[in-house]
Design a protein around this ligand. Structure first.
Ligand code: COS
Length: 407
């Protein structure tokens, strides 16, 4: 496994210090040690081991605001905002050192943030301290077989039943499925007209999406693993007459769509950061390889076409880091929506990282497609980032809508 390169200290904090705060500096120092440990550990294929890393290295507290016992320091609203720049720094380093630990960390955040935003005091007390300690691993149940990008078309239903709810429907591509202790699940409240009126459900069915927190071992919930081409815990949730208590609802009836969007708005930035970390790893390995490999009587690194590749890779990586840091800074300092900046950062960084990793594979020649080579692993690891938490195409829609609305 590669040693920690000098370049890792060039996370966005060093590239653009003006966009970070003084309290981010000790975090980066801590993360350098974390990266060294992760790189030294041989096994990166056990989801449970990777999930423990977030707790062992004190990273999960950054998913929860200080006010609720976490480490996320943030100015605009200490109760509900997480420190997005800290998340960006963490995922940059995790993306570099362990894409598996990175993915689990991210979903731990997605599956907790709706509770941070809209949970009751009792829900926050029950879930957040355990999430911080890593005693609970969280999932985020949004995507369905027939509702991916079009979230509002989801079919999963929650029917009022006595003092609780009954969930019916299917979710898939739900990360952390085999290891999650609970999932924040989004479903449309349903029932006859009288019931819907009684519970105050909105008339438009697309606006009835509501969030619930569901224990993984609830009777009527079946979890099935799905196999990806990378090491990543993921699977499906099947709800069949799954009864959950009334206090499992997170936020108001019909608030679910916005809760999901607010959560994505916060965490999508960090997908860009993870992409930057993976791209950094690819660039490091490419540089090391071309310096050592001789063809036509001189090292590849002495050949201008190869130098051109490296220059393009490094420039794209820096541009991606700038966009990610800008979006994170905007989110941290205004506290409001930053959907356009977030979408630009997510789209550009993940697309750029794909190009960077691809070039790194090309520079390695045949060795680039050997499964034992890190760039080959990265080639598969980077691919889902252009899809999950909103595809590149969805990010373009968000950016274009804002442009058209503004002018
Ligand atoms: N924060 C807060 N509110 C938001 C929001 C955000 N980021 N984005 C949208 N909303 C609000 C809108 O303001 C609107 O509110 P009003 O009806 O009160 O005006 C409401 O939510 C509906 O928004 P919109 O009309 O834009 O919804 P669409 O159904 O057109 O969907 C997209 C918008 C496509 C952007 C959304 O469905 C999306 O992000 N899809 C991708 C889903 C995704 O990332 N899936 C991956 C799952 S996790 S791996």
């Amino acid at each position: 496994m590669s040693a920690l390169p000098q370049r890792l200290s060039l996370t966005s904090l060093d590239t653009i210090p003006a966009l970070f705060d003084t309290h981010h500096r000790p975090l980066v120092e801590h993360l350098t040690g974390v990266a060294e440990t992760l790189l030294a550990e041989a096994s990166h294929d056990s989801a449970r081991v990777a999930a423990d890393m977030g707790a062992r290295h004190g990273l999960y507290p950054y998913l929860v605001p200080e006010k609720h016992g976490g480490a996320a320091v943030n100015a605009p609203d200490a109760a509900t905002h997480v420190d997005v720049r800290a998340l960006v720094l963490i995922r940059d380093v995790l993306g570099y050192a362990s894409p598996l630990a990175d993915a689990i960390f991210a979903v731990q955040g997605l599956g907790s943030y709706p509770i941070v935003l809209a949970g009751t005091d009792a829900q926050r007390e029950r879930y957040l301290p355990a999430v911080i300690r890593g005693e609970r691993i969280a999932g985020f149940g949004l995507t369905e077989p027939e509702a991916g990008s079009d979230v509002a078309s989801m079919r999963c239903e929650a029917r009022p039943d006595g003092d609780g709810w009954v969930l019916e429907g299917d979710k898939h591509f739900i990360s952390n499925v085999p290891i999650a202790h609970h999932h924040v699940v989004f479903a449309k409240v349903a029932g006859d007209e009288e019931t819907l009126r009684r519970i105050g459900a909105p008339e438009d069915p697309r606006r009835r999406i509501t969030a619930f927190v569901v224990e993984s071992d609830t009777p009527g919930l079946e979890q099935q693993s799905q196999q990806l081409s990378i090491h990543h815990p993921i699977g499906a949730l099947r709800f069949r007459g799954c009864r959950i208590p009334g206090d499992a609802r997170v936020g108001a009836i019909g608030q679910g769509f916005k809760l999901a969007m607010q959560t994505l708005d916060t965490f999508r930035i960090s997908v860009g950061a993870a992409a930057n970390g993976m791209a950094t790893a690819a660039l490091d390995d490419a540089i090391a390889f071309v310096k050592g490999r001789e063809q036509f009587g001189k090292p590849l690194s002495a050949q201008q076409m190869i130098q051109g590749y490296l220059a393009d890779m490094a420039t794209e990586l820096d541009a991606a880091r700038l966009l990610v840091a800008r979006a994170a800074h905007q989110k941290d300092t205004t506290g409001g929506r930053a959907s356009t900046e977030v979408a630009m950062a997510k789209m550009f960084a993940t697309e750029a990282a794909q190009r960077i990793v691809d070039k790194a594979v090309q520079l390695h020649g045949g060795r680039g497609v050997l499964t034992e080579t890190r760039v080959e692993n990265l080639y598969r690891d980077i691919r889902p980032l252009r899809i999950y938490e909103g595809t590149t195409e969805i990010q373009r829609i968000i950016i274009a809508r804002a442009l058209l609305e503004d002018r």
